[in-house]
Design a protein around this ligand. Structure first.
Ligand SMILES: Cc1ncc(COP(=O)(O)O)c(C=O)c1O
Length: 283
């Protein structure tokens, strides 16, 4: 049976609900994090919970749970969803019910769901993907808030153009990150990723650590011109792993094929995850 943890209880999926006066419903005031299991175990659990708690604090919520309590609840949710081999664990901290329907009243809710991990096409990894740019800057970029309205709009536009992701870009043409991914470029042999105005992805952190063994690495602002001049480009995320990017808008990157640096990093990540990488066909 699909079991959800919601506000202190483990409930069947169709019985799991929160009150309509929760600020997550009324004002879109909540934070979240998404983990994936590998071999049935949550991958980078500590890092994800640290980011969840930090996101909550950044939007002004005082989480009522310790890291250890959340960890134990996540493990229980995995244990109770025995029908799933691998899962995404989605954790939400909502603003809670509010007497004036606006101000947080120090009663956040915790929700933990186990959902299927989307299977992404194998050719994303073997042939690479197209992305588009989209003028947008996230509010409080280093907090993973549940407001993905710009992301939904940007991804719709991307899909209409045969692209799989949209890269947010400032009005002065600095490229930031994707709707649900971080961005890396190989520029003159250096692995570069935007430093400011982005969510510090957990996959981004892993890739930076693996990348340091292969290239000089630099966290820095990245202009669209520099991005387009890169020999290789890729995006990263919990479910995507490392996805080679071969086209940005109408511009072909490098040779138009996934490059050797990207392939080396995909391989390094696969090895680090014990061969069951989310950089393969099943992610
Ligand atoms: C805006 C944004 N940037 C980057 C990422 C990638 O983060 P992670 O590697 O932790 O999945 C995400 C993930 O959902 C995201 O929503």
């Amino acid at each position: 049976m699909k079991t959800v943890y919601v506000d202190g209880k483990f409930l069947p999926w169709d019985k799991a609900m929160i009150p309509v006066d929760d600020l997550a419903v009324l004002r879109g005031y909540a934070v979240c994090d998404i983990i994936r299991t590998i071999g049935g175990k949550p991958y980078c659990l500590d890092a994800h919970i640290d980011r969840l708690l930090s996101s909550a604090t950044k939007i002004g919520l005082t989480p009522a749970w310790t890291k250890q309590e959340i960890k134990e609840l996540v493990l229980k949710v995995i244990e109770k969803n025995t029908h799933m081999d691998e899962a995404n664990i989605r954790i939400l901290v909502t603003g809670g019910s509010s007497p004036d329907f606006f101000s947080p009243a120090d009663n956040p809710r915790l929700i933990i769901l186990a959902t299927d991990i989307p299977a992404l096409p194998a050719q994303w990894y073997t042939k690479g993907v197209k992305v588009i740019t989209f003028f947008q800057q996230r509010v409080l970029p280093d907090a993973k808030a549940t407001n993905y309205i710009p992301a939904v709009l940007a991804l719709k536009k991307a899909k209409a153009q045969g692209a799989v992701e949209a890269l947010y870009m400032t009005r002065d043409n600095m490229v930031l990150e994707g709707t649900t991914s971080n961005l890396f470029a190989l520029v003159d042999g250096t692995l570069v990723t935007p430093e400011n105005g982005v969510l510090k992805g957990i996959t981004r952190k892993t890739v930076l650590a693996l990348g340091e063994k292969l290239f000089p690495v630099s966290e820095q602002d990245l202009s669209l011109d520099t991005l387009l001049s890169a020999s290789e480009l890729f995006i990263t995320g919990t479910n995507k792993g490392i996805v080679p990017v071969i086209q940005v808008n109408d511009h072909v990157i490098g040779t138009g094929l996934p490059g050797p640096g990207t392939r080396a990093l995909i391989e390094a990540m696969k090895n680090q995850q014990g061969g069951t990488s989310n950089s393969s066909s099943v992610v």
